[in-house]
Ligand binder design. Structure first.
Ligand SMILES: [Zn+2]
Length: 261
């Protein structure tokens, strides 16, 4: 059984119950649903409340919206007390939708929040490896720093590995053009690696033309199994155990290894 450690269930066309039913049928045990701003963090909380055995949620502000941080900081900080994680937050020097200093301030405050609450933080890092490396390194969060949709090659994967972070791989791992990413994945420690969909984005091959959903995490897991030369069932076991250790696990799965190590 798999865990999708990053699915924006509030963005999917089908209702969460329908999507989660298909996920279960595909062998997906539970889903972490990260908010990207105040409203979607509240939506994620509601979805988790409606599906206590299959959904965890997080509260945070995405770097694209970092300029709104001063107006939502207090509310997101309050929500974060109830959430299983902080984020999605981070730095994005590729799309640069918010000024650099706003992104840095918003990310720095959310790292501090994760430290203060002792909770994991879900990090978006796009073309910002050096800056994320410095900020995450200073925060000293160990495996509670989760690098979502990791796209680093071998060099950055080895450097971040030394920080003790958790890596999470998404659909791009299945793309024919992603050889450098697969070389990076080969350097990711199997006991500190997870898989995710980033639904509704980044659908894995061979479904790339469709909208993404948690059931498809199985395809990314299979790609990771190929990189590591392991059976898919072993990768499912390893990544699910890591997800439960880092995030805790929802209701029904909490007794099966949801210990915050
Ligand atoms: Zn995301």
């Amino acid at each position: 059984m798999w865990v999708d450690t990053h699915g924006h269930l509030f963005l999917l066309a089908d209702a969460p119950g329908v999507v989660l039913g298909r996920a279960r049928a595909a062998g997906v045990r539970w889903v972490m649903c990260p908010g990207v701003d105040l409203v979607t963090s509240q939506q994620a909380r509601q979805i988790a409340a409606d599906h206590p055995d299959t959904v965890l949620w997080s509260a945070g502000l995405h770097p694209h919206d970092a300029s709104t941080w001063p107006t939502v900081r207090d509310d997101i900080t309050e929500l974060a007390q109830q959430a299983s994680a902080i984020g999605e937050c981070g730095l994005d020097w590729y799309r640069n939708l918010a000024p650099k200093e706003h992104q840095v301030q918003s990310f720095a405050d959310q790292l501090e929040l994760a430290q203060a609450l002792g909770k994991p933080i879900i990090i978006h890092c796009r073309d910002a490896f050096a800056d994320v490396f410095e900020m995450v390194g200073n925060a000293e969060l160990g495996e509670r720093a989760v690098l979502h949709c990791w796209t680093g090659g071998p060099k950055w994967t080895k450097r971040f590995r030394e920080l003790g972070v958790t890596f999470s791989f998404a659909g791009p791992l299945t793309y024919t053009t992603a050889d450098t990413l697969r070389l990076g994945a080969a350097q990711a420690p199997p006991e500190r690696t997870m898989v995710e969909t980033d639904s509704p984005y980044l659908t894995p091959e061979p479904k790339r033309s469709e909208s993404n959903e948690p059931a498809n995490v199985v395809l990314t897991g299979a790609a990771l199994a190929e990189v590591w030369g392991m059976a898919a069932s072993q990768v499912a076991e390893l990544t699910s155990r890591t997800a439960a250790r880092v995030f805790g696990a929802p209701g029904a799965w909490a007794s099966t290894g949801g210990d915050h190590g």
